[in-house]
Design a protein around this ligand. Structure first.
Ligand SMILES: [Zn+2]
Length: 346
């Protein structure tokens, strides 16, 4: 077949996408592609290929991922395909969400359904399982991410880097060299130390040792500094764009958006877990600026979930605009009392 005949064939092909291809919202390439490590430097070339083409499609066939536009296609790096597919799913939530925004009644039903309660309960149990013991205290670092509603509530978590940094910092509370290494090399630790308390302490330590300050006094200041970072870090969750992108590309998405979520953890007391902390002023600020920041607070016998979507609509950081979904059960109370009984005292 001559080149001209080939061209004629190409022109005669229908413009429908190949079988199994899915429409790719423009935001996937515009907002995410070049930030994905799996694009491995090819992001700009892929965008250049896509530039000026109207509708793009993403297809997977026998493990090979490709972009399509009319009858032309571009093969993608193998690791990039699944990440783009997840990102496609994420950006495809926008349309159904705008067409039918989630109502308070739907949110209430999702949170208090059997599946919703099980999801939230499992999250609190995991937080207790991954507790961080330090300075005679038990910490349960907050978790968060973006929530969706399909048939059921889905709490997509963000791999926020301070979550990993907290246990590592706690384990190094008495090891100055390791604290220094973590502070210099771990971005999560640098974020926890945003006010520079640890950095400043580490800069003073060599002089304190050299002039023979009592080791126990130095240790006291060091532990106090690290505990300040740990306690402040455990009770905050950073909604950072890099973690968001990793969560988008790393998970599969369906249904409609609820928005941001995070939890307010249990607190250990000798007689049982307590909780129930209301959304904090920063939580309200986030909701006023970016919309829903669903805050799920542990209580000994259930949870209080604060729907903050009205704060975004009013652009006001006002707790009085929050609507609360309260769930209580005897089964929950017994379950967490048992869990408390199994934990060693801090
Ligand atoms: Zn909060």
């Amino acid at each position: 077949m001559t080149a001209t005949a080939l061209l004629g064939l190409a022109l005669a092909l229908p413009v429908e996408p190949p079988r199994g291809a899915k429409p790719l919202p423009p935001a996937v390439l515009e907002q995410a592609l070049e930030k994905l490590p799996e694009a491995a430097g090819q992001g700009a070339a892929i965008r250049a290929w896509a530039n000026g083409r109207e509708q793009l499609w993403l297809r997977e066939k026998r493990g090979v991922w490709s972009l399509w536009s009319r009858s032309e296609s571009l093969e993608l790096p193998p690791e990039l395909g699944p990440k783009l597919e997840n990102t496609r799913q994420y950006f495809s939530l926008t349309e159904p969400t705008l067409a039918r925004p989630i109502t308070f009644e739907e949110l209430t039903a999702a949170l208090t359904s059997r599946a919703g309660v099980r999801t939230i309960q499992a999250l609190f149990e995991d937080m207790i399982e991954r507790r961080v013991a330090a300075g005679g205290k038990l910490l349960f670092p907050e978790r968060g991410g973006e929530a969706t509603l399909d048939r059921e509530l889905e709490l997509h978590e963000w791999p926020e880097p301070t979550r990993d940094a907290i246990p590592r910092l706690a384990a190094s509370i008495d090891n100055e060299d390791e604290l220094r290494r973590l502070r210099d090399t771990e971005p999560g630790v640098a974020t926890l130390d945003e006010h520079g308390l640890l950095k400043s302490l580490l800069s003073h330590l060599p002089a304190w040792h050299a002039r023979g300050d009592p080791p126990e006094r130095i240790a006291k200041v060091r532990r106090l500094t690290v505990m300040t970072l740990l306690e402040n870090g455990a009770k905050s969750f950073v909604f950072d764009p890099a973690s968001q992108l990793r969560a988008i590309a790393g998970q599969s998405w369906r249904g409609r958006f609820i928005g941001h979520w995070h939890v307010h953890p249990p607190h250990w007391t000798p007689v049982g877990f307590t909780g129930g902390a209301e959304p904090s002023p920063p939580d309200l600020e986030i909701a006023a600026k970016t919309g829903q920041n669903l805050t799920i607070a542990f209580t000994a016998d259930g949870f209080d979930a604060y729907d903050l979507s009205a704060l975004g609509e009013a652009e006001k950081a006002d707790l009085r605009l929050a609507r609360v979904v309260r769930y209580r059960s005897e089964e929950w109370r017994r379950r967490f009392a048992r869990l408390h009984g199994r934990l060693p005292r801090p």
